[in-house]
Design a protein. Structure first.
Length: 94
C-alpha cells in the first residue's frame, strides 16, 4: 500500500472529509517530516518523526516559546545583576 493510500484510508475511517496527500515535491533532506495536504494541495499539517528529528522539534518549541514571550517586559542586565546581588545569589565583583 502506498503511503498516500494509507492516509486516505485512515482519514476516511476517522471521519475526515478532506483527501489528505503527501506532496510529491518533498525534499529528501526532510526524512521523517511529512506534510499533510488537503484536496487542493495546500499544506494543512506536518508530522515529525521525533526519533529521528528530536533536535528539530526542540527548535520548533523554542521558537514557539520565544514568540509567545516576545511581548513580555524585559530587564536590563544591570537590573538583573542588582536583584541577584540583593538576594544573595550573586556576589559583588571587585
Amino acid at each position: 500500500m502506498h503511503p498516500n493510500d494509507a492516509l486516505t484510508h485512515n482519514s476516511a475511517r476517522r471521519g475526515y472529509t478532506s483527501d489528505f496527500r503527501l506532496p510529491s515535491d518533498m525534499p529528501s533532506s526532510l526524512r521523517g517530516v511529512k506534510y499533510l495536504v488537503d484536496a487542493k494541495g495546500r499544506r494543512t499539517a506536518v508530522q515529525i518523526d521525533l526519533r529521528s528529528n528530536s533536535a528539530l522539534w526542540e527548535d520548533i518549541l523554542d521558537v514557539a516559546v520565544a514568540r509567545e514571550r516576545e511581548a513580555e517586559p524585559t530587564d536590563s542586565l544591570d537590573a538583573v545583576r542588582r536583584r541577584l546581588q540583593k538576594a544573595g545569589k550573586l556576589q559583588r565583583s571587585a
